[in-house]
Design a protein. Structure first.
Length: 167
């Protein structure tokens, strides 16, 4: 007959092990039981398992540990994820994920502004178009593609000029 396992103090050991990112096998070895025994204990006591498809607890732990720094950089200094990531030694994508998970409002600075930024395009494109400058030349001047200029013109109500053939 199997000897019953004394489970006093298990809760603390299991929770700390999971939060530290230890494998269940290691936690089971420290408790002197099998992995299935630890998994059963976790299931019965509502302790989340670092199962497949979920966020590993160590990532959550790192985000929680960096929460004060994240809040200071995002809310006080108004840094974006692109600036925060390198300061914490993670990618901008990871910093953005942490900020969202922790519910921290952050600016979205650092976005790439492309050379064909459309601010004021109508003041540049429409006069050229009205003067009869060909669309490919307008596209070169604006630094964008011909189809982009055609789209701008179509959105502003100008119909695409059709070539007429004289037979």
């Amino acid at each position: 007959m199997r000897k019953p396992i004394d489970k006093t103090g298990w809760d603390k050991v299991v929770r700390q092990g999971i939060l530290a990112g230890e494998p269940i096998k290691t936690i089971a070895a420290s408790l002197g039981c099998s992995t299935s025994c630890v998994r059963d204990y976790m299931r019965r006591h509502g302790i989340a398992s670092p199962g497949k498809g979920g966020t590993p607890p160590r990532v959550e732990l790192r985000a929680r540990a960096a929460e004060a720094t994240l809040r200071e950089l995002a809310e006080v200094k108004r840094y974006g994820a692109e600036d925060i990531g390198p300061k914490l030694g993670v990618s901008a994508s990871t910093a953005r994920t942490w900020l969202k998970r922790l519910g921290i409002d952050f600016p979205t600075n650092g976005r790439t502004v492309y050379k064909w930024d459309t601010t004021g395009w109508d003041k540049a494109v429409l006069p050229l178009y009205r003067k009869g400058v060909p669309v490919p030349m307008i596209a070169d001047k604006m630094g964008c593609s011909v189809s982009t200029v055609h789209r701008w013109l179509a959105n502003s109500g100008f119909a695409k000029k059709r070539k007429t053939h004289v037979w």
